[in-house]
Structure formats: structure tokens, C-alpha cells
Design a protein around this ligand. Structure first.
Ligand code: HEM
Length: 198
């Protein structure tokens, strides 16, 4: 390392310029170095955030990874709650409202195009504190006509009225019906909903 020393009046030498700069650089470098402890803390933090996000979004800290292996037949099989009841069951709009997850003794039901599905399996998504709670206990078919990147579905009020929708919008609703049919037990239908589209 080059040292730039200059004589001053009392005869001693002082270090100037480059050396002082070097020491500052060393200090900066030392301050930005991560220790193993820092790295462990960061990984731990990311892990905890991931678990919390999983709990919030899917209702399970493991993001339901284990549940994904459940067979299709099990997915659509009505839970013990429905055993002994005549299925498919008819629900009035008022009856359906009771199944919005606020009552922990009742399953959570979602209706789309008049068809009612039991979505209790994902109470983290559909329960009172879930991001999709507004879609349950009612038939909000229209909300499903919006593209998933749009927040419009969450701005407009819940409605089962699909009149005036574009073909694209209707197709989205049909795809969602398909989705619920393949993933959740079909429990019945809404009696006083608007007639289904063909
Ligand atoms: C900014 C837009 C959106 C984002 C970032 C988003 C994100 C997500 C994520 C991450 C999941 C997966 C949850 C899981 O199963 O672990 C999910 C599920 C879901 N999304 Fe969205 N979404 C958006 C918009 C929409 C819209 C517009 C709808 C239509 C109403 C919608 C309906 C749903 C439904 C019903 C589920 C649950 C599916 C199930 O039962 O497994 N999303 N969304």
C-alpha cells in the first residue's frame, strides 16, 4: 500500500490523503459484511413470513402441500356434516347466508350459477378472516366473470346476475363452475336464484 507522508513543522510525519481514504473504505467494508448469525436470522425471518402467509392465504402453515395428494374422489365427497341429509339440497338465498363461516358449527358454502359447494376445506380462504370470504354464503357468480388480475370482483357488490356479460366473462364463470365441481363437494342448489344459463 502506498503511503503518502509529509513533514510538518515539528518534524513528525503525518499520514494524509490516500491512507485516510483506505481506512474509511475498510470501515465501510466491515460494516456491510454479513456474519453467519445474520444469514441464519434472515433465513429464519423469510421462513416465518412464508409460514404466516400460508396460514393467512390457505389456512395452513404448510400451504396445504400435504392435502394436495388427496384424491379427486375424496375432494368432492361431502363431509360428515351432510351424512343423513338428502343431497342435493335446496337452499333459499336466506338459508344460504347462514353458511358464510360465521357460525363455526356450520359448513362454509359457496354458490356459483345457482350450484352450491361446500368449501369448508379451505376455511382459511373462505372463512370470516379469509380473502375470499365475500364470495361465500351467497351466489356471487358475477364476481367470477372478472379476470383474476383485476380487483373489480372485490369492488362491486355480490350478484348472481350475469345478464349483459361478454362471452369472455361468461366463459370465466363457466371455468370457475368447473373448478368448484372438481375441487369441492356439490351440496345442492339455490332455489330462488336467477335461471341458469345454458
Ligand atoms: C389481484 C388479483 C388476485 C390475486 C393476486 C389472487 C391470488 C390468489 C392466490 C394466491 C390464490 C391461491 C390460494 C391457495 O389456494 O393457496 C387464489 C385463490 C383463489 N382466487 Fe384469487 N387472486 C386474485 C384475484 C381473484 C379474482 C378476481 C377472483 C374471482 C372472484 C379470485 C378468486 C379466487 C378463488 C375463488 C380462489 C380459491 C380457489 C380455491 O378454492 O382453492 N381471485 N387467489
Amino acid at each position: 500500500m502506498l503511503r503518502d507522508r509529509r513533514k510538518v513543522d515539528n518534524g513528525s510525519s503525518v499520514r494524509v490523503g490516500p491512507e485516510i481514504q483506505d481506512e474509511d473504505d475498510d470501515d465501510c467494508f466491515a460494516r456491510t459484511q454479513f456474519t453467519n448469525g445474520d444469514i441464519f436470522r434472515m433465513i429464519g425471518g423469510i421462513l416465518i413470513l412464508g409460514l404466516l402467509a400460508g396460514r393467512l392465504i390457505t389456512g395452513s402453515v404448510t400451504w396445504n402441500i400435504w392435502r394436495r395428494s388427496i384424491s379427486q374422489v375424496d375432494l368432492v365427497k361431502p363431509s360428515a356434516y351432510w351424512v343423513g341429509q338428502d343431497l342435493p339440497r335446496a337452499f333459499s338465498v336466506n338459508q344460504l347466508q347462514q353458511f358464510d363461516g360465521s357460525n363455526l358449527n356450520l359448513p362454509i358454502l359457496l354458490a356459483i350459477r345457482g350450484q352450491v359447494f361446500d368449501v369448508s376445506r379451505k376455511s382459511g380462504l373462505y372463512g370470516p378472516r379469509g380473502p375470499y370470504h365475500r364470495l361465500v354464503g351467497a351466489d356471487c357468480s358475477k364476481s367470477f366473470s372478472h379476470p383474476t388480475w383485476s380487483m373489480q370482483a372485490f369492488r362491486e357488490p355480490c350478484s348472481n346476475d350475469l345478464t349483459g356479460l361478454s362471452d369472455e366473462g361468461l366463459q370465466r364463470v363457466v371455468k370457475w363452475v368447473d373448478f368448484f365441481q372438481n375441487r369441492y363437494p356439490h351440496i345442492g342448489y339455490v332455489t330462488d336464484s336467477k335461471p341458469l344459463l345454458a
